[in-house]
Design a protein around this ligand. Structure first.
Ligand SMILES: NC(=O)CC[C@H](N)C(=O)O
Length: 396
């Protein structure tokens, strides 16, 4: 019997088409641990920091999240690739993780939105994948030992060569990667989420692009903002000269403390009087904290997944959130001018902050939920509502 699907040709594809070609590959950690597997996607060799992501869904969003630049992502979910990929779920067209590690690559692609299988998609993007890996053992190792540099090859399994590569890779600490992923020129964003009709846009938000996820832009548009995205190197004075109704500080890759030029611009932004609302997401949150004089630190293995409970310290409500970060803000370093607004209940790290007496706040997690639970999506809509309210009040 044929399955009803928009793409019957993709409904059930044999392993040979969608699954790993029988190409031996390996992931070799700088500490000497070796994980053998089968290469798929592009046949290539890369280095990066290995992290594990516990999301049950959303591998395409994970692969294309620019915050994973320089990282090899191990998915703990056991079956990957079953819903294929499509053009609407990309978080970035050009950036994302350096390589993907999975347990089982699905031999079947079956979803009405699917237009391609994961292996072909990764090959087209030049990204290596490694399947048939004992991802549970790898995850337990990372949990015990912490994030580690590694070499991943989907084209060979020469362990000595990969070990030497892994050992020569620079650690994520100290790396400013914002310049690698930011837009070269400003652009206007006017697209809502794929399943929404956008309301009229009545406010203008300028988003500083440190490696922005497209679903942040889509959610802002869903809430009625038109957005101008500007390069990470844009001076604060140029952003303010655009007379934005709101300013968004985006997510992005690398060590926040290393992004010194960006932090200097945020410091000068904060020195301006009568700022419109400012909202930071993930790297944007960390950079805001640094500009406020705070400190960030490297976490043992970070937070990457869609199951992180976060408590709002105002109303004590708990949201299950999507997270992806390897650094965090030390809340004790923030000083009296800022308050901790959200707490990660897994390890009591800082999940959000607010500047007292000013319309400035940020969260360490991902309210755009691309992928992840929707508990926190009201944060971006709330930001746009605040932008609208302040614009009205200031016009009166
Ligand atoms: N998603 C992000 O913005 C990540 C922020 C930062 N690169 C970190 O790993 O902590």
């Amino acid at each position: 019997m044929t399955q009803a699907t928009a793409r019957p040709d993709l409904a059930a594809r044999p392993l040979a088409a969608a699954g790993p070609a029988a190409r031996p590959g390996a992931l070799v950690l700088a500490d000497g641990r070796v994980f053998r597997g089968l290469g798929f996607g592009a046949a290539t060799t890369v280095v990066g920091e290995v992290v594990f992501n516990t999301s049950m869904t959303g591998y395409q969003e994970i692969v294309t999240d620019p915050s994973y630049t320089g990282q090899l992502v191990c998915l703990t979910v056991s079956e990957v690739g079953n819903v294929g990929v499509n053009p609407d779920d990309e978080e970035s067209r050009a950036h994302g993780c350096a390589g993907l590690v999975v347990r089982s690559l699905s031999p079947v692609v079956s979803n009405w939105r699917a237009q391609e299988d994961l292996g072909s998609y990764l090959a087209r993007k030049g990204l290596p994948g490694l399947a048939e890996v004992d991802t549970r053992a790898l995850t337990r190792h990372l949990r015990d030992r912490g994030a580690v540099m590694a070499a991943l090859s989907s084209e060979h399994d020469d362990v000595e060569e990969l070990l030497a590569l892994a050992r020569s890779a620079p650690s994520m600490e100290g790396q400013d990667l914002t310049g690698r992923v930011t837009t070269a020129t400003p652009y206007a964003w006017d697209q809502p989420s794929w399943d929404r009709a956008a309301p009229p846009a009545d406010v203008h938000v300028v988003a500083w692009d440190y490696g922005i996820k497209l679903s942040i832009l889509r959610r802002l548009r869903d809430a009625g903002a038109r957005v101008t995205v500007v390069p990470a190197s844009t001076p604060a004075s140029a952003v303010l000269a655009m007379r934005p109704d709101g300013i968004l500080l985006s997510n992005g890759p690398g060590d926040p403390a290393a992004a010194t030029a960006v932090i200097a611009e945020l410091r000068s932004l904060l020195a301006a009087q009568g700022l419109p609302p400012v909202f930071g997401v993930c790297l944007g949150h960390q950079l805001l904290a640094l500009a406020l004089g705070g400190r960030t630190f490297k976490m043992k293995f970070g937070h990457h997944g869609g199951n992180h409970p976060v408590r709002n310290e105002d109303d004590k409500k708990v949201a299950i959130t999507s997270q992806n970060h390897g650094f965090a803000v030390d809340p004790a370093s923030l000083g009296a001018g800022a308050a901790l607004t959200h707490l990660n209940l897994f390890d009591r790290t800082c999940a959000g902050l607010r500047v007292r007496g000013r319309p400035i706040g940020s969260v360490q997690y991902h309210p755009e939920a691309g992928p992840g639970p929707n508990d926190a999506t009201d944060l971006l809509a709330g930001f746009v509502a605040q932008v609208r309210r302040l614009r009205r009040e200031r016009a009166e």
